[in-house]
Design a protein around this ligand. Structure first.
Ligand code: ATP
Length: 304
């Protein structure tokens, strides 16, 4: 007797869960999970935002109106914790959900928005807003916009324009304010108008050493390199030492360390006497890491 055919996949009875898959958001979330190590609380907040928007859509289809949701956000955390990377993914997700037309990201700091002279700020800010329309405006170190010590600071003018656009064009632009948590808290405390327009606050924790090691592996894999067994151990040691030094910047420090290791790897290969096999081309060895100043190697700061 022939084997019974497997049951055909049943259509999902839950329309929100079905929409999550059909819109491609489930795929994007899975990709985010694969490509970004750790960040569990951040990933779950992104999922929540996606769920909120899908439920809003379903409610609208059934005639329950909630009004356009406010999607402006603040991303707080130390340098190199993935804020810019997640903001780019968020833009893509919001575009897929139909909340943003273009889904691109424009990343700026105070100097891109605020002019030096009277009359310069408004056109500068408006120009950036024009570029960002239909996407995400990512304002890094947003608290520098506000300088309470300077009464005539032009930053205030940029803030006023931003506030207006955040309110009136919130169906076409999402603003993400990013920076250190404590400074962002005082920025929002001093700008209640801004605070009331930012609905989602997402905190990016520092990475644990094991997560940084995994990030290194992921980055190397993406560049088609690998550590040999000894290098893997040395890099774990590197991370612990580097974390204790000034200017440590989480995953960004990992990327920089790998870039320098690639330079040393290349110069090692250049001076090799023998033919160079594929294995040598692909493999970062312990010595490529041990030359770092972190281990008492070269003198320059850039050698960390
Ligand atoms: N969880 C992660 N998994 C893999 N790579 C990551 C992760 N977090 C960050 N990175 C990588 O580290 C680098 C720095 O990340 P990103 O620029 O997003 O950080 P940031 O918080 O915006 O930092 P900064 O405020 O200093 O710009 C990028 O190359 C990014 O791809």
């Amino acid at each position: 007797m022939p084997d019974a055919l497997p049951d055909p996949p049943r259509p999902c009875a839950n329309p929100v869960a079905a929409a999550l898959v059909e819109s491609g958001i489930a795929g994007l979330l899975a990709q985010l999970d694969r490509e970004l190590i750790g960040l569990a609380p951040v990933k779950s907040r992104i999922r929540d935002v996606a769920a909120l928007l899908l439920v809003d859509k379903l409610r609208a289809e059934r005639g329950y109106s909630t009004g356009a949701p406010s999607l402006h956000m603040s991303f707080t955390g130390n340098p190199g914790t993935g804020k810019t990377t997640v903001a780019m993914r968020m833009a893509e997700i919001l575009q897929r959900l139909g909340y943003l037309r273009r889904g691109h990201l424009v990343a700026v700091t105070r100097d891109d928005l605020v002019g030096q002279y009277i009359g310069h700020t408004a056109p500068k800010t408006k120009e950036i807003l024009k570029k960002a329309m239909g996407g995400v405006l990512f304002i890094d170190e947003a608290y520098y916009l506000y300088r309470p010590e300077n009464e005539r600071d032009y930053g205030q003018e940029a803030i006023e324009i931003l506030l207006q656009v955040m309110e009136n064009q919130r169906d076409d632009l999402v603003v993400i304010f990013a920076g250190y948590k404590n400074r962002m808290d005082s920025f929002f405390n001093s700008n209640p108008g801004m605070s009331s327009r930012v609905a989602h606050h997402i905190d990016f924790p520092d990475y644990q050493p094991a997560e940084l090691q995994q990030i290194a592996r992921l980055m190397l894999g993406a560049m088609q390199y690998r550590f040999d067994e000894q290098a893997e151990k040395v890099f774990a040691d590197y991370i612990t030492r580097r974390m204790a030094l000034p200017h440590f910047a989480n995953a960004r420090s990992v990327r920089n360390a790998l870039d320098r290791a690639r330079l040393r790897h290349a110069s090692r290969l250049l001076s090799a006497q023998d033919a160079i096999g594929d294995d040598a081309l692909l493999t970062i060895e312990a010595g490529d890491l041990l030359a770092s100043r972190v281990f008492g190697g070269g003198p320059e700061r850039s050698n960390l």
